[in-house]
Ligand binder design. Structure first.
Ligand code: SF4
Length: 249
């Protein structure tokens, strides 16, 4: 069943949320340069790609191409570039780094221990992320409060602890809002969402969910709930929430 049909239900205040999101993107587009969207190619990021294009926000869009993405996810990259007429910036692991890790620890290293799983994420995601964010004043993410307990406190603008701002324009959106907007605007999305993959990462670490399971339960399903972040959005002690008025005119 189509994810749009299954989940697309706008909140009663969706119009206000959309207006707030558009205003925020316009404001950060004028205040932070260089600015980038960290695009996971998930449903939320497809909404953001669409809005950035529509608002002509001066932001680059990068994807962490880990070498372990699903065929459907890679196909979406081509679809985005064709629809919007721009190239995505693809950041891959250092040449040979993924292969060296697999030779040392095996193809199934991520299932053997949490340390090895995090080490794999380090090679395939964290190091490329550091390169993608180098020199950026701020980055945009598709984080939403509803996605998990770990994300329940996400604010619209935060300090990321590394002298950058992190912008979460969809923090207040519900799953229904996201899919309502995707359907309304005919935004392209990952075909796996129609096969009960609400959250999509690397192929070895993502599975479909069943009725009643929560949004992130298909990610690193063999680990405890509290461990289910790859490091991209883990807060460190220097991170803090910044009221919008302090960073905008
Ligand atoms: S999500 Fe899985 S395959 Fe992808 S980098 Fe992390 S451990 Fe490796």
């Amino acid at each position: 069943m189509s994810a749009v049909k299954l989940y697309g239900r706008a909140s009663s205040d969706f119009g206000a949320k959309l207006a707030e999101t558009q205003a925020l993107l316009q404001r950060v587009g004028s205040e932070f340069s260089p600015l980038a969207l960290a695009c996971s190619l998930g449903a939320e990021d497809m909404v953001l790609v669409h809005l950035l294009h529509r608002l002509a926000t001066p932001a680059s869009i990068f994807v962490l191409e880990t070498g372990k993405l699903h065929t459907e996810t890679l196909a979406l990259i081509v679809q985005i570039e064709s629809r919007y007429g721009f190239k995505l910036d693809l950041y891959r692991p250092q040449p040979g780094a993924g292969e060296a890790f697999e030779q040392a620890h095996g193809l199934d290293a991520m299932y053997k221990s949490q340390d090895l799983r995090k080490a794999c994420c380090g090679v395939r995601k964290m190091e490329p992320l550091a390169r993608a964010l180098a020199g950026k004043k701020a980055w945009i993410t598709g984080l939403r409060r509803e996605q998990s307990q770990a994300r329940a406190q996400v604010e619209l603008i935060e300090a990321d602890g590394r002298d950058r701002h992190k912008i979460n324009p969809l923090a207040r959106w519900t799953t229904g809002d996201v899919w309502h907007y995707i359907g309304q605007q005919a935004i392209p999305y990952n075909a796996l969402h129609d096969q009960f993959f609400p959250s999509i990462g690397c192929a070895p670490c993502t599975r479909a969910v069943t009725l009643g399971e929560d949004f992130r339960s298909g990610r690193w399903w063999w680990e405890s709930e509290s461990a289910k972040e790859c490091g991209l959005h883990v807060k460190d002690s220097a991170s803090s929430i910044i009221p919008i008025k302090e960073v905008t005119a």
